[in-house]
Design a protein around this ligand. Structure first.
Ligand SMILES: [Zn+2]
Ligand SMILES: [Zn+2]
Length: 166
């Protein structure tokens, strides 16, 4: 291992940590604005679990197109259930969010398709950790945190909760 590649590896690790911090900052801000509780991935049930599974299925099939700004250096990546074929950088994600205007489409449940008439859908976000891996041959793979977003109608949101009795 040369000193030069050690420096390069340190740089990638630093970038990944910065990306992880940016993702954690997004999640903290999201909770501050939307309220609700933080839970682990394994606690996501019912419709919420289905939305996350849909991401995994599409990713496995190669059906998710990253925006052109998601280059090789790690940064937070955003996926929204209402646009399931896209993976966005922070800026493209912010632009898509600021375009939301409470239209019928914006209030459509990402699980059952029902339009929530009163107010908006219940917004949720989940994040997966940033990773950096150095293979034995020295190749480095790094990815920023993945942030999944979706909105559910009242009924689907309620049935995703542990205490739900339907
Ligand atoms: Zn972008
Ligand atoms: Zn629903």
């Amino acid at each position: 291992m040369s000193g030069k590649s050690d420096a390069a590896f340190t740089a990638i690790v630093d970038q990944t940590i910065a990306a992880a911090e940016a993702g954690a900052g997004f999640m903290a801000g999201f909770q501050a604005v939307k309220g609700g509780t933080m839970r682990g991935f394994s606690e996501l049930r019912g419709p919420q679990g289905h939305v996350v599974a849909e991401y995994d299925l599409r990713a496995a099939r190669g059906e998710i197109e990253p925006c052109p700004h998601l280059g090789r250096s790690p940064q937070p990546m955003y996926w929204s259930a209402h646009e399931p074929g896209r993976l966005c950088c922070a800026r493209c994600h912010d632009r898509a969010q600021s375009a939301l205007a409470g239209t019928e489409e914006d209030r459509r449940c990402d699980f059952c398709g029902r339009v929530e008439e009163a107010g908006q859908v219940y917004a949720s976000a989940a994040s997966r950790a940033a990773v950096v891996v150095r293979a034995p041959d020295g190749r480095v793979t790094a990815a920023g945190p993945l942030i999944l977003r979706w909105g559910l109608c009242r009924a689907c949101n309620a049935s995703s909760s542990e205490g739900y009795r339907g």
